[in-house]
Design a protein around this ligand. Structure first.
Ligand code: ATP
Ligand code: MG
Length: 412
């Protein structure tokens, strides 16, 4: 089919009042970022919609990218027609014939936006519908539950004909709800948590703790690959790589065996909180899922979560593993996540980690680590390396560069 434009629809129910304008402006910006490799596209914004004029670009290429833009509810490929009844009929018939599978039932819904048009919408429904019926053997009209609803939108400049509605992700435009730091391990869960946070309008920076040389370069590369995949959804993405070896070693040698993981997680949160301050973020996102392992029982979450005053967002907290795996597959992180490289925490895993650590006990053990421990935390923050990962749509590959962190940024 030779589509000329795409109608993009936004969430109409969730956003009200002044936020709506902000939503629409941010979403249009995101769409332009996602489609920046196709400069001939033109955009027209109207109430709760954007029209993208393809100007010769392939509909399939644009559609593939739009499916992954947060904030879009659905979109439709549209054929533009001259106003004449015969032209509209011809285009409508061509659309029905061009469908992969001929439907059994249909209906026509005409919207007459241009009131000077000689036929009103009810007349037009019949005039167009009858033409399609006459020329499509076996097809029937079903007003209540049609398999296909053929829409004709008559505007002053032209008529627009379409029948396909492609569902997109929905959610909020990236960044609309602020910024958070994502704790990104090499596992299955945290990339999914990051994607969900982004879908809900949170721009994120990722933070990864590594214990080089106990953890390998490959383990680090794996995390970079995961972060790049998230960059595909976010346009740009920062990854903070925190050297955690000294902090972990101090904890592991402190004689608090069953609390090792609790103390490590608290140290991660403390470091991340400082990185959040430096980078203008107001939340920490993790891949925790209730009950999954010892560090994710309610007791552990309580003892660990107290290490930070920032909101701890856990998008996966009530999801089971199968659901999470399904999502990891859909967003394209699963294959990387299951590569067998060690994580800093598994290396230091004690034989019997506490599943219900007491807050008082944890605080006492932490205080026992002394000034030296605080010093090590400072050094880990100081030694953090920052990578800027991009999804460079122009070349189809992502690039990376190491940059110095700046407080807030003017990305996009
Ligand atoms: P994942 O599959 O994401 O690794 P998990 O099921 O393995 O999660 P844990 O290893 O207990 O669970 O980690 C819980 C959460 O803590 C992770 O989802 C992640 O947000 C954070 N986390 C764990 N290890 C690291 C790390 N090395 N760097 C950054 N964050 C981490
Ligand atoms: Mg893990």
């Amino acid at each position: 089919m030779n589509y000329e434009l795409i109608i993009v629809r936004f969430g109409e129910i969730t956003i009200k009042g002044r936020n709506r304008n902000r939503f629409e402006t941010m979403l249009l910006d995101q769409i332009k970022v996602a489609l920046r490799s196709m400069p001939s596209l033109e955009y027209v914004r109207t109430y709760a919609r954007v029209y993208i004029h393809l100007n010769g670009e392939s509909y399939e290429n644009v559609a593939a990218r739009l499916k992954d833009v947060f904030g879009i509810v659905s979109f439709s490929p549209v054929v533009r027609s001259e106003h004449g009844l015969e032209q509209i009929r011809a285009h409508a018939l061509q659309l029905i014939r061009g469908l992969d599978k001929t439907p059994a039932t249909f209906k026509v819904s005409v919207n007459r936006g241009w009131k000077q048009y000689p036929h009103d919408s009810i007349e037009m429904n019949h005039l167009v519908g009858a033409h399609i019926l006459r020329n499509t053997p076996g097809l029937k009209v079903n007003i209540r539950q049609p398999e296909i609803e053929l829409k004709v939108d008559i505007q002053h400049e032209a008529a627009y004909v379409y029948c396909e509605i492609v569902k997109a992700i929905g959610g909020f435009p990236l960044g609309m709800n602020g910024k958070g730091m994502l704790l990104l391990s090499g596992g299955i869960d945290s990339p999914v948590a990051g994607w969900m946070a982004m879908k809900q309008g949170l721009r994120i920076d990722a933070v990864h703790f590594h214990s080089y040389p106990f953890t390998s370069e490959q383990a680090k590369d794996k995390v970079i690959t995961l972060a790049r995949r998230l960059a595909y959804y976010g346009g740009k993405f920062r990854l903070h790589l925190v050297p955690f070896t000294e902090v972990q070693t101090a904890i592991a040698h402190s004689g608090n065996d069953s609390l090792t993981i609790t103390l490590m997680r608290r140290a991660m949160l403390k470091i991340t909180e400082r990185l959040a301050e430096q980078n203008g973020a107001l939340a920490i996102v993790t891949g925790d899922s209730l009950g999954q392992v010892a560090s994710q029982t309610l007791g552990s979450m309580n003892a660990i979560g107290r290490a930070t005053a920032l909101p701890l967002l856990r998008p996966l907290v009530m999801m089971d593993k199968m659901e999470i795996v399904g999502m990891a597959n859909r967003i394209g992180t699963f294959e990387t996540s299951i590569l067998p490289f060690e994580d800093c925490c598994t290396l230091f895993l004690p034989k019997s980690p506490a599943t219900n650590p007491s807050v008082a006990q944890v605080e006492k053990a932490e205080a026992g680590l002394g000034e030296r421990f605080l010093q090590l935390i400072e050094e880990a923050i100081e030694g953090t390396e920052v990578m800027e990962l991009k999804d460079t749509a122009e070349s189809g590959v992502e690039s990376q560069s190491t940059v110095k962190a700046t407080p807030e940024d003017d990305w996009f």
